[in-house]
Design a protein around this ligand. Sequence first.
Ligand code: NDP
Length: 262
Amino acid sequence: MTKQFAVIGNPIEQSRSPELHHAFAAKTGVDLNYKKILAPLDGFETTTKTFFSQGGIGMNVTVPFKEQAFTLCDQLTERAKIAKAVNTLWMQDGTLYGDNTDGQGLVAAIQALGWNLENSRILILGAGGATRGVIYPLVQAGAKKIVIANRTLARAEQLVNDLKDAVVQAELSAIGLEQLSGEFDLAINATSASLTGDALQLPENLIFHHAYEMAYGKPSSFLDQAQARQVPSTDGFGMLVGQAIEAFYIWNAVKPELKDFL
Ligand code: NDP
């Protein structure tokens, strides 16, 4: 029987998840259908419950419902608990499970580029949901120092406070965007500035050797500045594929190869 999957969000038209999951299915021989569901802003829970009551197997969750998905689950993986956000749901024997595969998706994409994370010093711009989801997987992959720089300093400080006990192997700290300086192996743009078309100004005394922009398909002043400095750089498409592969693996117990879909 064809297995039913979906991605839920609002808006949802832009999502590339159906095309990715159908490509994984074609490659691995899994019989599935994966659709987009637009949920009303106040209708996430009802729409999700209807999907699973009609035999849905698994669901991806995107903006703005990842925190609500976290509160809806009966069981959570360790990384979802730490992220306090869920992007992958599945139902098993009446229990709703939740995971967060965004961080592992980012780690897999960085490793596929051959960029080293072992003992790395990482700067993350932004302190929203995406940053929260990637810190634990980055530390598990070997990051030793992570500085979170945010326009609203208090939000970065809160994030560091929430996460520091979960990632004791690494040094975590928070700064304001105007305090940017120092040297990093990798700078990650996890602000939504590229989505709104806003420019991020990186000072000359900030040095970084690789640059990862989480957004994709949009002009990015962060990537422009990395390219002007001749630093290896990429947009977030690999992360998107990586998180989708992790979800596919949870649901279907087969793991497509990232390099086949980049
Ligand atoms: P949130 O809305 O949770 O957080 C947005 C962050 O961006 C905040 O830290 C905010 O700062 C900062 N910000 C917004 N506008 C500006 C600006 N003009 N200048 C400086 N800082 C700004 O978003 P998410 O964390 O969910 O997503 C962040 C990015 O990551 C988005 O581009 C999203 O598309 C991308 N993403 C990509 C994924 C992928 O698979 N490739 C997966 C998940 C996310 P403040 O706190 O001060 O408001």
